[in-house]
Design a protein around this ligand. Structure first.
Ligand SMILES: Nc1ncnc2c1ncn2[C@@H]1O[C@H](COP(=O)(O)OP(=O)(O)OP(=O)(O)O)[C@@H](O)[C@H]1O
Ligand SMILES: [Mg+2]
Length: 262
């Protein structure tokens, strides 16, 4: 049994579930970036308050450590969650791309946060931000574009807001070869374009409802995941300090029987 498991890379289905630090999932997700600079696409999904943004922060920190690229983080709802991640001289906050044009980045900046003036009634333009990322790519820069809340700011009704000619859609389809990495998160998978799910090399899945799991099952992300395991992970009703458990899912690959947590 053990030999067959070693050959196929599959763990036997009765192997115990183990725990590992989130950093182990992070190393796996960014292994090719670390080895050869290859861009990656990672999705972080789960119901409200389960630990997605906390995990995205860890991805940003590790990207800055491993890559010379610029992090472009969309703070569509002005939640200020990424402010303290890096030393302040490495972070620039702008309201929009036109604000960025008026106030270009200083040397040494590693993360650009686009924080929309939502309280003044403005709405983020993720397509415009993605076009800026493509312009950087055209100048041979590497970029990590972070959309912590893909729904509803960048996609709605299973469509990219930019439609067929969406620059974000192109980032999903063509970004990897050009050094454009993507991290995206959502509370609810049902409004995400199916290509965004299929094109993400791994998904970190926190507590998620059955409707989202149905989509993941259809896309073959749930091989070997026991019934109700993901539904029963810590959620917003769990004390905050006990949240953050997630599983690492890859399409067509057997589950690694590991619960991760940062
Ligand atoms: N790894 C962790 N260790 C300790 N506490 C955590 C961890 N992850 C999350 N938490 C706790 O859960 C709270 C919610 O986490 P976070 O904001 O990352 O969730 P979220 O999934 O992004 O929520 P939302 O969907 O509302 O944006 C945090 O403020 C923190 O108290
Ligand atoms: Mg969040």
């Amino acid at each position: 049994m053990r030999d067959r498991a070693a050959k196929t890379g599959k763990l036997p289905s009765d192997a115990p579930v183990v725990r590992a630090p989130g950093s182990a999932a992070l190393s796996a997700a960014l292994a090719n970036l670390a080895a050869s600079g290859e861009a990656f696409r990672l999705a972080v999904i789960g119901t409200p308050g389960t630990g997605k943004t906390t995990a995205v922060g860890e991805v940003i920190r590790e990207y800055v450590r491993l890559s010379p690229g610029l992090v472009v983080a969309v703070d569509a709802a002005a939640k200020r969650r990424f402010d303290g991640l890096l030393p302040s001289e490495m972070v620039a906050v702008r309201e929009s791309i036109s604000d960025l044009t008026a106030r270009p980045l200083l040397p040494g900046v590693r993360m650009l946060v686009i924080r929309t003036r939502v309280f003044e009634g403005e709405r983020v333009d993720v397509e415009e931000i993605t076009r800026y990322c493509w312009r950087l790519i055209g100048r041979r820069k590497k970029v990590l574009l972070v959309n912590d809340e893909l729904v509803p700011h960048a996609v709605e009704f299973c469509q990219f807001k930019g439609g067929e000619r969406s620059d974000l859609k192109r980032a999903f389809h063509e970004g990897r070869e050009h050094g454009l990495s993507l991290v995206w998160g959502t509370q609810d998978l049902t409004d995400v374009p199916i290509s965004a799910v299929g094109l993400s090399s791994s998904i970190w899945c926190f507590q998620t409802a059955a409707s989202g799991l149905k989509i993941l099952r259809r896309r073959d992300y749930l091989d070997g995941v026991p019934k109700r395991l993901i539904e029963n992970l810590p959620d917003a009703e769990t004390p905050a300090e006990d949240r953050g458990d997630f599983v690492r899912l890859r399409a067509g690959k057997a589950w690694d029987r590991t619960l991760y947590r940062f």
